[in-house]
Write a protein that binds this ligand. Structure first.
Ligand code: SF4
Length: 500
């Protein structure tokens, strides 16, 4: 009887412990869970994880290990079947990132090791009397602790962030953006996609996402050379005509373990010191990895199982079928973002946050439904990823535990930062009447109808006062139910049958 080391689809690295210490007779267990596959809402999401897992399994064999690669009903069945077939003395794994998976494998009696896929020691933070309370304080700690872009104890360039420089709107001509990295599919990957397309919505876009470690390294190098240098100035913009702008699109590779955040940060930092990436772009990118990504993971580990059900604003409207199926929508911004999602299984963070989460918050869409959908629809979706992003920052459903104010904006802001409003049936500057932008109406209505709930949220006090002072507030509130119905409208994608 040998030991068994269980590897999940987001732990695909030979460089992370305990691989270096595994004896050669360790059996490697990998499980394709049919239940998990069925939950995923995009063919590219499913095919990416399965292709990467199968490629990793081949490499396990090349390294001389025995692999037990199982296609099971779920993880419980996979572990049970493995135990029956191999009777291991010890069954162990790196800690699953999601709360549900962690408690499941602990219940199954799998020994769980410390997760080494991150830069931060959660237990050290848990033990502190005073923990960082905001992303900004956490990120400053990270910069100092990891000595990234620092000059002694002060940040390079004399400031901690370059948000001011990094808020350029989309260029008037739409801009010129680097072509996205891709790697052609193998024959077996193409067969996998062909098979999955019968059961999962979305277009096939697997080639745009790395499935192996060598592809991930190639994408990282490409991002450092061609994409991240242009990232900073327009990181808050979005375009109806371009799905990627200058976003690195490295999150799936990092989330699956194909890249370690430390090597990603080192590559960008080195390129900055070599004069290849300007400081605002380097800092803006690095804070996404060392700051936000680590921060939401830490928050997920520190919070308990009651957190995901928070609904501070009592938002109860259903997730629109047009969103759930990535179908058609009367609002050009939502239609465009759903189109990008349908085509690639991914939106950059501004399309997720400023368009979808913003619209969901303003229209009172159930944050849990939004979170569940995003976990399954995005190639980088996961329980730990979406929790703080959706329940916390995106919808303010935690009442300010993640964000100091709701992240909301009306049509004017979207019109300033994107080109979505050109050609839309609605007008971003109009609050009431048949051409009113639903988001503009609902921005003011949100502040009015949540006045009591937001009374202690000081950072939004000026907007609340402005809403109360509006001479047309009665008309806005009369228009609001119609605006909600527009956000909830649209045509479902007929090629996709929702089963829940
Ligand atoms: Fe979206 Fe309003 Fe702009 Fe239309 S006018 S694209 S609905 S923000």
């Amino acid at each position: 009887m040998a030991d068994t080391f269980l590897v999940l689809g987001d732990q695909l690295s030979f460089d992370v412990a305990p691989w270096a210490e595994l004896s050669s007779d360790t059996v490697i267990l990998m499980i394709e869970s049919a239940e998990l596959i069925d939950q995923a809402r995009h063919v590219t999401r499913v095919s990416l994880y399965l292709a990467a897992m199968r490629a990793f399994a081949d490499q396990v064999v090349e390294r001389g290990f025995t692999i037990d690669y199982r296609k099971s009903t779920n993880f419980s069945a996979g572990v049970r079947e493995h135990r029956e077939a191999f009777t291991p003395d010890r069954l162990f794994m790196n800690a699953p990132r999601g709360r549900h998976a962690r408690s499941l494998f602990q219940r199954l009696g799998v020994e769980v090791l410390t997760d080494k896929f991150y830069l931060t020691d959660v237990e050290e933070i848990r033990a502190r009397k005073k923990r960082p309370t905001t992303l900004e304080t956490f990120q400053r700690e990270q910069r100092q602790r990891l000595n990234i872009l620092m000059d002694g104890s002060t940040p390079l360039g004399g400031q901690w962030n370059f948000d001011h420089d990094n808020r350029e709107p989309l260029p008037r001509d739409g801009g010129t953006w680097p072509e996205p990295w891709f790697a052609p599919l193998t024959t077996s990957e193409q067969e996998l996609v062909n098979d999955l397309r019968h059961h999962h919505p979305g277009d096939e876009a697997l080639k745009f996402w790395p499935r192996t470690r060598s592809q991930a390294l190639d994408q990282l190098q490409d991002a450092v050379e061609r994409i991240i240098p242009a990232f900073g100035p327009h990181e808050d913009a979005a375009s109806a005509d371009n799905w990627h702008l200058a976003h690195s699109r490295l999150s799936p590779a990092i989330n699956m373990g194909l890249l370690h955040p430390a090597e990603v940060v080192a590559a960008v930092s080195d390129a900055f010191y070599a004069g290849h990436i300007p400081l605002p772009s380097a800092e803006g990118f690095i804070r996404q990895v060392t700051g936000w990504r680590e921060w939401i993971w830490v928050l997920h580990q520190l919070r308990d199982e009651t957190y995901p059900s928070r609904n501070f604003l009592d938002a109860r409207n259903p997730l629109p079928q047009s969103w759930a199926t990535m179908g058609e929508h009367p609002m050009r911004c939502i239609e465009g973002v759903l189109g990008h999602l349908h085509a690639y299984g991914w939106n950059h963070h501004i399309e997720r946050l400023m368009i979808l989460a913003n619209a969901a918050t303003l229209a009172g869409i159930d944050p849990q439904a939004l979170s569940r959908w995003m976990i399954g629809a995005y190639v980088d979706g996961a329980e730990w990823v979406m929790e703080a992003n959706v329940i916390g920052m995106g919808t303010f459903a935690d009442g300010g535990q993640t964000s100091t104010k709701p992240y909301i904006g009306g049509g004017n802001y979207i019109s300033k930062m994107t080109n979505y409003c050109k050609g839309c049936a609605f007008s971003p500057t109009v609050r009431t009447g048949p051409t009113a932008c639903p988001l503009t109406t609902l921005y003011w209505d949100f502040l009015l109808r949540n006045e009591a709930a937001l009374a202690t949220v000081h950072r939004i006090a000026p907007q609340r006062r402005a809403a109360l002072a509006r001479p047309d507030r009665d008309e806005i509130q009369a228009q609001a139910p119609h605006a909600v119905q527009v956000v909830l409208a649209g045509k479902r994608n007929a090629s996709f049958h929702l089963d829940s």
